[in-house]
Each structure stands twice: as C-alpha cells, then as structure tokens.
Ligand binder design. Structure first.
Ligand code: 5AD
Ligand code: FES
Length: 349
C-alpha cells in the first residue's frame, strides 16, 4: 500500500490530500520512503551537501511569537547586537573555512534599519563577490525587500510557519497574520530572490491536515528552499510544557518534500540535531542536502536560544565546520565548497 503511494509520488511529484495524509501518518520512518527520497536527491544533487554559514547578528526582537525563546516578552534573554565589523569578521572566518553562503539571521530588530542592512549586505558582496548572501530578518515592506535585493542580497528565508490561518493565530500574537506572512513570500519571489519557506513539525495545535495544507501552499509558492525542523519547547515561553515535535514525522516530511519538489534545497536543521544526537545525519539520509553550521561569535552563541538545549552553542565555528563534514561523510555524503544555488535559478539583474 505505502510502496504504491511512494511510487506514485515519485512519478507524479504529487498525491491527493488523502494520500499525503496516509504517508504522513505512518508510525515509523519507513525505509522505502527514505530510500526513494534519497534516490531522487542523488539524481538531482549526487552526494553533495551545501553549507550555509549562519550568523545570528541580533537577538533583539519586536515580535512575540509564542514558540520562540527570543520573543520580546522574555525578560531572561541577554540581548546583543553584532557590529558591522563583527559580522564581517564572521564572514572572513567562514570564507576561510569554505563557506560560500552567509545567512544573516536575527530577530526583527528596529535598530537594523534598511540602510544598515543594505550597508552590511553590500560590504559582504563587495569583499566576497563569489558568495551568496541570504537574509532571514522577518516581515518587511516591499520597498525594504527591494532595497536589500538591490544592495546585493541573493536569498531570503521566511518560514511561513503554518499555512492554516487559524493555526497561525494560535502560534502568534494578534498583531501578526498568516495572510501577511504569505504575501511577503510572494513579494520576495516576485522581486527575484531565491526564497525559502517552511514550518516547524509538531508545533502546538498542528494536525497532519495542516501539514497537507502546508504542502499545497508550497506547491503554490514554489520556493527554492524549504526549511523544516521539529518544534522544540523553550522554558520561558507560553509553550514551555508542550511536547517536542517527533523525529519520525520530521524525517517522513523531509522525504515527502524531496519527492514532491525534487530540486528543492532542503536543510537538515539544527533543531533536528537537537532533538536527536544523529538527527542531522538522519535528515541527510531522508533527502536533505543542506546544512547550516553556526558562524556566530562564541560570546553570543548561548544568547540566541530559540528553543532549549540548542546544540553547537559551545563550539567554535571551525569545530562546527569539521564536525559537519565528519557527520556528512559518516553517512555517505560530501560537504562541498559551493554557493549551492537552487537548480535552474537565474538571478534577474
Ligand atoms: N522550536 C523550533 N523551531 C523554532 N523556531 C523558532 N522557535 C522555535 C522553536 N521553539 C524556528 C521558526 C523560525 C526559525 C528561525 O526558527 O520556524 O522561523
Ligand atoms: Fe556544531 Fe557539530 S556542528 S559541533
């Protein structure tokens, strides 16, 4: 039964809602699903694993997402911002370690005006023209997204978190809306970014039908990247007592996404590595082809806690780099020094 569904998905890159539900609801991460996803990944990308160097440049945030450890109403966070120079030295170290993509991620921090973001982006692009710059700084207006793009930003990560509006409202304060979040993603795509959307697996209130809605939304958006990881509770949030997302469901969804979107860039996330000691390796085996090691300075690592027990907060960038390489190699993949652009994507000038 399941094998027939997997064959159909592999052939058609699509299933009915009921069929997706059946595939999602299996108890275990079945070997046939994983193997089919891995075969498609190898057809598209061989054994290559692309790296993204994550620079967590501010943990100030004006938002209050119920799941997130750096939400504005958490008084226990020691807030920090990296300076322009500190950000550039992270890139410099990263470049030496073979990173060709830098992801600037932060809370929604009003200190970082469009002008400041543009200055940072353009100085990175000027100094390392062979690198891609990815922004992950939340919801903005079209003019801001356009300005960052004109300054040289290549990609933008903005998880939609859930495509279901009612569920979105359970995870976010009333001033945020799922409709606006989605419209940001279409704007980004329209401007010419390589776009990344995504969700947390097992967020409070999530059902398997919500995940099917997420797949439908992703089919409509056609993002170049899809970031998924398990929801993990944080002790200082309203979701402190909620259970973590499940390993098997996260792995199954990774495989389903690989089969539905054969060319998509799919990270095996830090959250997956936090949930299980071999989580990132299992993610690669399930169809993921990207890893995002941390390039933030040591002194701020423990301050960017989106969820409890986050891994890599005590490790130097060089350690994470070699650890990543070792872990990928242990399961038969190879970290490459490459921008790792989405297949078939040409930047509009
Ligand atoms: N558990 C897992 N992922 C989280 N994120 C934020 N908080 C958590 C959490 N508690 C994810 C969100 C966000 C991304 C940067 O991190 O999906 O988009
Ligand atoms: Fe950071 Fe393994 S990736 S220590």
């Amino acid at each position: 039964m399941e094998e027939a569904l997997i064959a159909t998905l592999r052939e058609q890159c699509d299933l009915t809602d009921a069929q997706y539900l059946t595939l999602l609801s299996g108890e275990e991460c079945t070997e046939p699903l994983r193997a089919a996803a891995d075969a498609v990944r190898r057809e598209q990308y061989g054994t290559d694993v692309y790296l993204r160097g994550l620079i967590e440049f501010t943990n100030y945030c004006k938002n209050d997402c119920l799941y997130c450890g750096i939400r504005r109403s958490n008084p226990n966070v020691s807030r920090y911002r990296l300076t322009h120079e500190e950000i550039l030295s992270c890139c410099e170290e990263g470049y030496g370690l073979g990173f060709r993509t830098f992801v600037l991620q932060g809370g929604e921090d009003p200190y970082f005006t469009d002008e400041r973001i543009c200055e940072i982006v353009s100085s990175i692009k000027k100094r390392w023209p062979d690198c891609a710059v990815t922004l992950s700084i939340g919801e903005k207006e079209r003019a801001s997204y356009q300005a960052y793009f004109d300054a040289g930003a290549d990609r933008y990560l903005l998880r939609h978190e859930t495509a279901n509006e009612a569920h979105y409202a359970m995870l976010h304060p009333p001033e945020l809306s799922g409709a606006y979040r989605k419209s940001c993603l279409f704007t980004l795509r329209d401007i010419g970014y390589q776009v990344g959307a995504g969700i947390m697996v097992g967020s409070p209130g999530q059902t398997l039908s919500h995940i099917v809605e997420d797949i439908r939304f992703l089919q409509e958006l056609r993002p170049q990247m899809i970031g998924i990881g398990p929801f993990l509770s944080h002790q200082d949030t309203p979701f402190r007592d909620e259970p973590n997302g499940e390993l098997h469901l996260t792995l199954r969804l990774l495989s389903i996404l690989r089969l539905t979107f054969p060319q998509v860039l799919l990270p095996s996330t830090t959250a997956l590595g936090t949930l299980h000691p071999l989580g990132r390796e299992l993610g690669l085996k399930a169809g993921a082809n990207v890893i995002m090691p941390n390039l933030s300075p040591m002194r701020v690592r423990k301050k960017y806690m989106l969820y409890d027990n986050k891994i890599c907060t005590g490790d130097e960038s060089a350690q994470c780099r070699s650890c990543t390489e070792r872990r990928a190699a242990a399961v038969g993949y190879r970290v490459v020094t490459d921008r790792g652009d989405a297949k078939g994507f040409l930047r509009r000038q």
